[in-house]
Design a protein. Structure first.
Length: 563
């Protein structure tokens, strides 16, 4: 090779180096000058991360302080597949330590387009710590609360449940979700190239949710649920509901139903089983509704408890014939006997004295046809036909609890007004949220004088010979209440063989501490409220009286007649 050729090659090589240097310099100027801001932001995004710190959800407790819904502390472990270096080893470790599915995780970890992947939500904190200590690149964790229900099925339909993201989805969990949820915090952290946190730049602390103190008593609730299960089994029924109220305050001490379910397994339970039927479901009440007619007639001065009517076995109202449940001849009955013997003909006769306008007015005064305002989502208003839609036969239906629909909580609160000297108190399930007590709404329904007469007549339902509610009697205590046996309406009239048996009453009558309602849906071995529901009332009320240490107001061996 000549010297001239060698020099030419050297110059060419030098030119190439100059061009490379010039290109590198131009690129550096471009990156540092023109594109510096956007690249800086990109780098910051790669190494800085803002993390939301979930706030602990408030605890739901019963009236005695027993936790019914709590937050269980867990750890959620996640990965950034773009930073993961050993996906197979990580999938196997997550399977071994966290119980994750390695076959599912592995292909997801290979997807470098995904920047976030749960390895395991709600993992055991100890197991999560073991995995983090293995120092896999791109793997991190954060504390997370999982909602659990330590009492299992207790009051499940009332408490409801929270979802995976700790948001209320049913019951009190959703009704008070905002107060229970609190406010999440926030952290901005810096990570190294392997995704490990090395510094916290800023932090805003989370604010814990507020605790919820319900009016429920877990002992009273558990007993009511147990009695309902026994009642369903004994009478071959489809379901049953019970409400226990303190008539003085409107506090719901128990709101039970059977069958129930375990709130920890709510996502596997049919929605029909999750409904709180005491608040959301309506039904024709039957004879328990007769107290409205009687209260209206007494208040209007049209009758007294001793006013007598001569009553045939049946009575024709427009195009409908109403008859009593048991075949009998023409009899003379007082208003008190009409109520105690649950005479349909007698109730319709009194209602005709009161008139459609008067009856409708008293239906409204007792709160039917509108929500009670109880603190629970999805409350039904019941179904009361507007007066302008009444036909000639409506006055023969409504007074005996047909052609009108109520909810158990409406009916229980109406009888609670009678128990509370004629003053209705809004029923409620939560006594206080944090330190704030629930406000009580009160209104007078009937006068104290009429109320006293109603209590005496309702006592006769339980303790008089031939009355329908004798099975509701409790030794040592005066009991006042009413039975109901209602047919179930269908698309083409009433459904053959389907009934709702009920009893609602108060105890002790002198100074009522409890109002208890029991409804039993579709019993098959007997259909009558006095046979099916009244004994369940007695079981629930007797247990509660002893549990609350309410002293007897009558001699144990004496009459149950209220003084």
């Amino acid at each position: 090779m000549s010297q001239k050729q060698a020099n030419r090659r050297i110059r060419l090589l030098l030119a190439i180096f100059v061009l490379i240097f010039a290109g590198t310099l131009a690129r550096a100027i471009w990156l540092q000058g023109v594109n510096a801001a956007s690249l800086g932001k990109m780098a910051e995004r790669q190494h800085r991360e803002s993390i939301s710190i979930p706030a602990g959800r408030g605890t739901i407790l019963d009236d005695t302080g027993l936790p019914i819904a709590i937050g269980e502390q867990t750890t959620t472990v996640y990965a950034d597949p773009r930073q993961v270096k050993r996906p197979l080893a990580l999938a196997q470790a997550a399977h071994r330590l966290l119980g994750a599915d390695a076959n599912t995780l592995y292909p997801q970890l290979l997807n470098k387009k995904n920047g976030f992947l749960y390895l395991k939500r709600f993992a055991d904190p100890k197991a999560a710590t073991q995995l983090i200590k293995l120092n896999f690149a791109g793997v991190n964790s954060y504390p997370e609360e999982r909602r659990t229900y330590p009492q299992g099925p207790l009051a499940a339909q009332v408490i409801g449940y929270a979802g995976t993201d700790n948001k209320g989805l049913a019951g009190l969990e959703v009704e008070y979700d905002k107060r229970l949820s609190g406010t999440p915090g926030k952290q901005t952290i810096v990570r190294d190239p392997f995704g490990r946190a090395i510094d916290i730049i800023s932090s805003t602390p989370e604010r814990q949710g507020t605790d919820l103190f319900t009016t429920l008593d877990h002992t009273i609730q558990a007993n009511a649920e147990s009695v309902l299960r026994q009642t369903i089994h004994q009478w071959g029924a489809q379901s049953a509901t019970a409400v226990v109220l303190d008539p003085r305050t409107g506090a719901v001490l128990a709101m039970a139903q059977a069958p129930g379910y375990n709130a920890n397994n709510a996502n596997t339970v049919p929605f029909a089983l999750q409904r709180n039927r005491a608040v959301t479901d309506q039904y024709e009440p039957g004879s328990v509704f007769k107290v409205v007619t009687v209260a209206g007639a007494l208040s209007a001065g049209l009758v007294t408890p001793d006013t007598k009517f001569t009553l045939p076995y049946s009575i024709k109202v427009a195009d409908r014939t109403v008859h009593d449940a048991e075949l009998r001849g023409t009899e003379t009955m007082s208003v008190a006997q009409i109520l105690s013997r649950s005479s349909n003909v007698g109730a319709v006769t009194i209602a005709k004295e009161l008139g459609a306008d008067g009856l409708m007015s008293w239906i409204s005064k007792f709160g039917f046809g509108k929500p009670t305002g109880i603190d629970f989502p999805g409350e039904s208003s019941g179904d009361v036909l507007p007066l302008d839609q009444w036909s000639g036969s409506t006055i023969g239906n409504v007074p005996i609890g047909q052609g009108v629909a109520v909810t158990p909580i409406q009916l229980a609160s109406a009888y609670a007004a009678i128990a509370n000297d004629g003053i209705w108190v809004q029923p409620h399930l939560v006594g206080r949220v944090g330190g704030a007590a629930s406000k009580l709404v009160r209104r007078r329904v009937v006068s104290a004088e009429v109320d006293k007469e109603l209590k005496t007549m309702l006592t006769g339902v339980v303790d008089e010979n031939g009355a329908t509610g004798t099975a509701a009697a409790i030794a040592g205590y005066s009991v006042a209440g009413k039975t109901g046996t209602a047919q179930v309406p269908g698309p083409n009239g009433y459904t053959t063989g389907k009934y709702v048996a009920s009893f609602v009453g108060m105890v002790p009558v002198k100074n009522p501490r409890l109002v208890v309602l029991v409804t039993v849906n579709y019993p098959t071995k007997s259909i009558f409220g006095g046979v099916v529901a009244a004994p369940a009332f007695a079981q629930i009320a007797k247990f509660d009286l002893q549990y609350l240490s309410v002293p007897p107001d009558l001699p144990v061996t004496g009459s149950t007649t209220a003084p």
